[in-house]
Design a protein around this ligand. Sequence first.
Ligand code: HEM
Length: 514
Amino acid sequence: MESVPSSLAILISFLLFVFTVLKIVRKSSGTNAKTLNLPPSPPKIPILGNLHQLSGDLPFRRLKELAKTYGPFMHLQLGGTTAFAVSSAEYAEQIFKTHGANFVQRPYTLASHVLSYDSTGVASSRYGAYWREVRKVSMLGFLTLKKVQSFHSVREEEMANLVNWIASRAGTPINFTDKIYTITYDFTSRVAFGRIIESQENFIWVVKEMVKYVEGFHYADLFPSISLLHWITGFRFKLERVKRYSDEILESIINEHKKNRKEKKATLEIGKSREEILEHEDVVDILLDAQEERMENDIKLTTDNLKAVVLDMFTGGGETSATTVDWAMVELMRKPHLLKKAQAEVREVFGSKGKVDEAGLNELNFLKMVIKETVRMHPAFPLIPRGNRESCVINGFDIPANSTVFVNVWQVNRDPERWTDPDTFNPERFLDSDLDFKGTDYEFVTFGAGRRICPGMVFGLATVEISLAMMLYHFDWKFPSGTKAEDLLMTEAVGITGRRVDDLYLVPIPYKNV
Ligand code: HEM
């Protein structure tokens, strides 16, 4: 186990580090930490710094507890690295807006270096010309509102398949979580690769493994000067293994696209405008176009760069949306009056049509509030890592250049200074409120904010809305016998995303129109 929250792992690593003590002590004595006015910090122990205080629970939950004593802006020594943790809306605004042009880096992690082809995905790449170009290609190519809307038939089709499958299991328990993740990945695959690939199951497994590793709290990252650690902890071997699997799959997808490219283009190009051609291209096609074209600043996309961006898309598109749908359903099942209200709305809007389609989704005001409340309480990325390019001063505290700041989205979204009863799931709080997650309300930072705000927001929400609307329209739901709402574990699994720790099992009862 290489993730931090285990005291046993800390003890073992402590022994491993003994032979490097002198090296680290010499390094830390060379810093000018004492002369800086750093934010409050929990007491540190030699070598590990504050690492031991993050053990025993998920990092964002531990950070919330520590913030109760040490305040909303904490300095942490995590092994050999300097980090800061933000737990309030006020400080989130400092990072995302006031000092937004400075905190635009993604901190280096070994996992993103290995898995994301030398950190060349949109999410992992260093701020600069390359990042700007790949982000632009992704945004214009497949994440604009128009493009996302153009995928509506794929979304509706995949969801209709799921509805039929669930209807065939009427009255028997199904693993709701598993089905929602699978269908979301199927949909993402069709958008990204043009179809569901043969190795779909393996690829989903690969992504799940990656999500576990990219968290950024691994010893290899926390003691960057001891490269031996990458290998002794076995972390590098695990990363390389997952990378081999993912690379093989990506390579074959790209090769297939290259092979079919000429023929596809020739058919499409007859009498079609550039926009019309784009309409029919999948993500890999669009990236291959970008590879052929000269990008600004003479940036040339390599095939590895292309794979890194496709991986972002697959992880971003699949994992996050499914996590949100799953949590929404859990919360609704725990509050039957909210479930009924959401179902009544969906059935009223779509009753006359007898089916759900994307055209009517805008009328689902209550469902939109349910989704807002779900992403507030259960952000798909509970911690956003950012790095600063230059040293700066925040509210009188010195922040050295190249520090890592973890914005604790999970806690900022529950900041008691800004939210009433923040730990209660209450969609109606948005009834007369303009608060939104679009990047200007710093108490609601589920999608981040500023220059690196999530570019896939529209894409993700479109999937979440249609999935929930279909599930609520076509079925009534109950727990399998023996399961009670109050028994559901309301905590997250280890990893970069905030997916729930357990799968949700439910019994579907078809509504009359299925
Ligand atoms: C419910 C769904 C989603 C949530 C909650 C979410 C959340 C986030 C967050 C918190 C960030 C970091 C933002 C920051 O640093 O300020 C991010 C970045 C990113 N997301 Fe999403 N995301 C979602 C869906 C998607 C989808 C569907 C895609 C792609 C299809 C996507 C692609 C990305 C990419 C490429 C980045 C990196 C942006 C950059 O560093 O410039 N996300 N997302």
